[in-house]
Design a protein around this ligand. Structure first.
Ligand code: NAD
Length: 253
């Protein structure tokens, strides 16, 4: 199956975890993958692997905390590949967990909101005009279960991810009649460097504890999120917009 033959796909935070898994999946389905990250060595390695598998990929270095770099990123994608059809705005940081609001560090609040929320807003600000040039497109934004359900001790992350859900719906409604669909994914705990940092899932006992929160009895894999992202981005989801899909092994039920 090659659902993305000749489609130009931009992915942020593609040097690891969910973004990396999505980059390989899009690459295998024929997309021209414009993958973005801060870590050049790892980003280049992902692009190289996609090319070795017979796909098309370019790595571009950009920091989602820098609005000028975000504009330059979209312009570079249009220049190198000739346009933009799909964007997966995935880059994000975890910030502080288990720290209540009075003790929540102010610099963490600023950084998390800047990267996780304002970064996605600037991405869409530049991606939407580029997609309109091609008659439409599909945007998938990375939210979280923490963007639809309250958890104590992670107020900056919660604010950023609830915000992503909000701007996803706003953008979807602004462009629903102009061929651009905008959706968000809301994963629970997914195996990644972030999950290792926050939940210690690289240690068997901690992974077992994280697994126990999910009715399905385990944490998720990055590929399981990528599968949903590709479906949302594809024409198979042509009547789906302004939606938030929980990928959570039943946790949110
Ligand atoms: P990860 O740490 O492997 O991936 C995050 C990626 O974002 C990394 O490649 C990182 O370099 C990149 N990034 C961070 N700040 C950036 C910046 N300023 N500019 C450019 N890139 C930047 O972890 P992951 O789990 O794959 O996270 C991907 C997304 O999924 C994040 O937005 C995260 O909030 C979200 N998420 C993760 C989980 C989970 O349990 N792993 C659950 C829900 C949501």
């Amino acid at each position: 199956m090659a659902r993305f033959e000749n489609k130009i796909v931009l992915i942020t935070g593609a040097s690891s975890g969910i973004g990396e898994a999505a980059a390989y999946a899009f690459g295998r389905e024929g997309a021209k993958v414009f993958l973005v990250a801060r870590r050049a060595d790892r980003g280049e390695a992902v692009a190289q692997r996609i090319r070795e598998e017979g796909g098309t990929a370019l790595f571009y270095q950009a920091d989602m905390a820098d609005r000028a770099q975000i504009g330059a990123m979209v312009a570079a994608c249009v220049e190198k590949f000739g346009g933009l059809d799909v964007a997966f705005n995935n880059a994000g940081i975890d910030g502080a967990f288990n720290v209540n609001i009075p003790d929540h560090p102010e610099d963490v609040w600023d950084d998390v909101l800047t990267i996780n929320l304002t970064g996605v807003w600037y991405c869409m600000r530049h991606q939407i005009p580029a997609m309109l040039e091609r008659g439409g497109g599909s945007i998938v934004n990375m939210a979280s279960m923490a963007g639809v359900k309250g958890f104590p001790g992670s107020s900056s992350y919660a604010a950023s991810k609830f915000g992503v859900v909000g701007i996803t719906k706003a953008a979807a409604l602004e462009y629903a009649d102009q061929g651009i669909r905008v959706n968000a994914v809301c994963p629970a705990v997914i195996r990644s460097e972030m999950a290792d940092r926050v939940f210690g899932t690289d240690e068997a006992d901690n992974e077992a504890q994280a697994a126990s929160w999910h009715p399905i009895g385990r944490i998720g894999e990055p590929e399981e999120v990528a599968n949903v992202v590709l479906w949302l981005a594809s024409d198979e989801a042509s009547f789906v917009t302004a939606e938030t899909i929980q990928i959570d092994g039943g946790l949110g039920a």
